[in-house]
Design a protein around this ligand. Sequence first.
Ligand SMILES: Nc1ncnc2c1ncn2[C@@H]1O[C@H](COP(=O)(O)OP(=O)(O)O)[C@@H](O)[C@H]1O
Ligand SMILES: O=P(O)(O)O[C@H]1O[C@H](CO)[C@@H](O[C@H]2O[C@H](CO)[C@@H](O)[C@H](O)[C@H]2O)[C@H](O)[C@H]1O
Length: 455
Amino acid sequence: MNALTDLFREWIPQQRWFGGKGREWAGVTEDGFFLDRGNPVLSVHRVRIEYADGGRDTYLVPLSWRDQQSEELEHAYIGAVAGEGQESYAYDAMRDRESTAPWLIHLANGSSVGPMHFSPAGEGDIPEGLPGDIVSTEQSNTSLVYGQEAIFKLFRRLEPGLNPDVEVHRALRRTDNEHIAPLLGHVEIDDAAGGEPATVAMLQTFVPNASDGWRLATASVRDLYAEGDLHADEVGGDFAADSERLGAATASVHADMAAVLPTEPAAPEWYATVARQMTERLAAAIEVVPQLREHADGIREVYAAVAGSSEPVVRQRVHGDLHLGQVLRTATGWIILDFEGEPARPLASRRELDSPLRDVAGMLRSFDYAARHMLVEQPEDTQRAYRAQEWAARNRAAYCAGYSEASGLDPCGDSPLLRAFEADKAVYECVYEARNRPHWLMIPLQSLARLAGRD
Ligand SMILES: Nc1ncnc2c1ncn2[C@@H]1O[C@H](COP(=O)(O)OP(=O)(O)O)[C@@H](O)[C@H]1O
Ligand SMILES: O=P(O)(O)O[C@H]1O[C@H](CO)[C@@H](O[C@H]2O[C@H](CO)[C@@H](O)[C@H](O)[C@H]2O)[C@H](O)[C@H]1O
């Protein structure tokens, strides 16, 4: 019979949200408590993993329990564990609709259950009583949608401190910004050793009838590829007007973040610090993606230009991982989601003040991705590569124009900082792709060749 930790050892590495793929496990321990003793029973487990490389992570895993195996729940089945006198069958509670209601009930009541504390953001706007359905585009976290009204995001990897997604959305509630989805509540868990609590989850208003930017942008790229003789501005699916509106939405959210959260003019030494941090990240990335070595000198030069720069920068809180998959287009405009920053970075660094150009660079990278991801299958098709370049250039320019019009600041002039942020993001993407989608690694690698001036 399995011990729970044996099940976790087998099951967790296969999960999309697990960020330690490829790392050997040296040990695993868990502690759990019951969040709901109804039928099914819902338990929550903190799973502490020690890696052979000396690193550690703690993941949060909610389980639902049945006395008998259920055919209907086969997709969520994890394994059998010896219980008191009989076996119990463990299921992934986020994929078991019948065990999704307690999260909202506890949030509406502002309960504390064991080490877990539920905090509603306002009065009476939590749709308790509805079951939640898992969002199929599961990424670093796991989300449940409750009846098109609210979306509950479970942060899988626990870190001490308030998650920036909760922190920023909570601050932005005061601004009524029309480009974000309002926060409805959040959940924290105490640290067993008496440290700061970790953020476990957040609940947000669900944005109905929306399409994400990645889907829309890639549909536009497909339209362009289908029309062999036309330019990006001549085909039906031109995306430039949307890119421009997206630029304006980004500027509006940046302005409100600066209004309600701290800001600070960059000190002269900030530029050198940023350049050093990016250089260090490159060195670490080369260990994971040796193909980066070929471009390393050029990239270091791009970073060195920042160290000597005096571009005026007011540092502020930023999104930190802005890309087309993080924005939703509704009938009236764009909504920006997911302010938790790059999931692989330590929380403290994701909460640091930064230049808003960090986000602009993220979105510019995303236009590049949208244009080029269909070249992965046809790397030799130079005509398509040319057209991809044309689409990316048109939409990047439109995004910058929208940002500039809304903020009065052109983010995309000849800026060493912007270029370096693009390179830094592409280095991050190389590591991300090598770990998650190796066949897409060529997308950021080719961009780095261009940014580093070798292509
Ligand atoms: N407020 C919302 N309204 C509608 N859909 C949402 C909302 N928040 C997130 N989503 C959907 O859920 C997906 C994952 O959400 P996201 O916050 O980006 O999680 P992750 O951190 O796992 O990437 C998004 O791509 C989006 O399609
Ligand atoms: O949405 P997440 O917070 O999980 O972000 C991670 O996954 C993204 C992939 O979905 C990754 O984004 C990269 O791929 C996108 C296309 O799928 C592309 O639009 C982005 O520009 C590119 O960076 C993101 O970097 C990662 O943090």
